[in-house]
Design a binder for this molecule. Structure first.
Ligand SMILES: Cc1ncc(COP(=O)(O)O)c(C=O)c1O
Length: 334
């Protein structure tokens, strides 16, 4: 959920030229991220979109194919950057409501060696899955996909914009959840509360390629330590508290579920994303969201009769109560 303009206190940082690998604060952020993710190396990038694109460019050559969900953020919301910039072909499979791809679908989509076909190179998963209600993909599923990838010589990239939400919700260390992935990108700027940035993690040779791709995209930043410093705070101080966001999301869903004309199943809320349906003849969701905004609660209309609410560092348990009161007030009016 986008925030209102606000003032923030910025951490101070020792800086250098990161394009030359000389920014100590960026280097520290990358070392911490790699260690948390159980990978050899990491790369600080401007955004989740850039994290996914540099990863795909590092894994695939032009004309090669990736397998990913039809609701994957990297397929749906990133301007087809992998095709536009990298000539990478997307093979989409239907995402299940829990964000998974059916294993036999994945296996069936892998191309045999045939002159007519592109070469399948990569499986892309999303954890947690944004459009599929913030569902976390668990260890068992990751291990099953890992098994397919190994048998077919494929790599796995995880779009882990909210990867730490998944790890906290499942109660497993991030490194364990990332073990089957060749690369994971995660956002510092979503639930982890940093103002800017994402990090890509993987093997050293993969990160060297991703670094080249980042430069190609104009993402080589100079004294980026001022941004990375906030990322270090995000990783060191903001991970454990994600459980509060999950509890707040659940509380929001429970309150909403009791309101007439609103449909949501609180039992399906696992992390910090709440999608709910609104069945009102007298008001569009855009109008409803506008009224809520005037009452202090910001949400996103995501299609006819559907709204997305996200909890994060800036939202307290008190804010959830205020949001539910605002919703009740708007619901009673017409
Ligand atoms: C799953 C997922 N991946 C990637 C992104 C892209 O992140 P950014 O907005 O930082 O480019 C998002 C953004 O919402 C996301 O939800």
């Amino acid at each position: 959920m986008h925030l209102r303009p606000r003032q923030i206190d910025w951490p101070t940082a020792e800086v250098g030229d990161d394009v030359f690998g000389e920014d100590p604060t960026v280097n520290r952020l990358e070392a911490i991220a790699a260690e948390r993710m159980g990978k050899e190396a990491a790369l600080f990038v401007a955004s989740g979109t850039m994290g996914n694109l540099v990863s795909l460019l590092a894994h695939c050559a032009r004309g090669e194919e990736i397998i990913l969900g039809s609701f994957a953020h990297s397929f749906y919301f990133e301007q087809g950057g992998s095709a536009a910039v990298g000539g990478i072909h997307s093979r989409t499979l239907p995402n299940q409501p829990d964000g998974t791809l059916i294993l036999s679908d994945i296996e069936g989509a892998i191309r045999p060696d045939n002159v007519h076909f592109p070469r399948t190179r990569l499986i892309v998963l999303e954890n947690t899955h944004n459009l599929c209600g913030g569902y976390p993909l668990d260890l068992e599923y990751m291990s099953a996909v890992g098994d397919i990838a190994r048998r077919h010589g494929l790599k796995i990239h995880v779009d882990g914009a909210r990867f730490f939400n998944a790890a906290v919700a499942l109660g497993v260390p991030a490194a364990k959840l990332a073990a089957e992935a060749d690369s994971v990108s995660f956002c510092l700027s979503k639930g982890l509360g940093a103002p800017v940035g994402s990090v890509v993690c993987g093997r050293q040779d993969f990160i060297s390629e991703a670094r080249r791709a980042r430069k190609l995209l104009g993402g080589g930043m100079r004294q980026a330590g001022v941004l990375a410093a906030a990322g270090i705070v995000a990783l060191e101080e903001m991970v454990e508290r994600l459980a509060d966001d999950h509890a707040n999301a659940c509380k929001l869903a429970q309150g909403l579920a009791e309101m007439p004309g609103i449909s949501v199943d609180p039992g399906q809320i696992h992390t910090n994303i709440v999608y709910f349906g609104v069945d009102r003849k007298d008001m569009t969701v855009e109008e409803l969201v506008k009224r809520l905004d005037e009452n202090g609660a910001r949400m996103l209309p995501v299609g006819p009769g559907r709204i997305r609410a996200v909890t994060h560092y800036g939202i307290t348990a008190g804010d959830i109560e205020q949001t539910l009161s605002a919703m009740a007030e708007v619901a009673q009016s017409s």
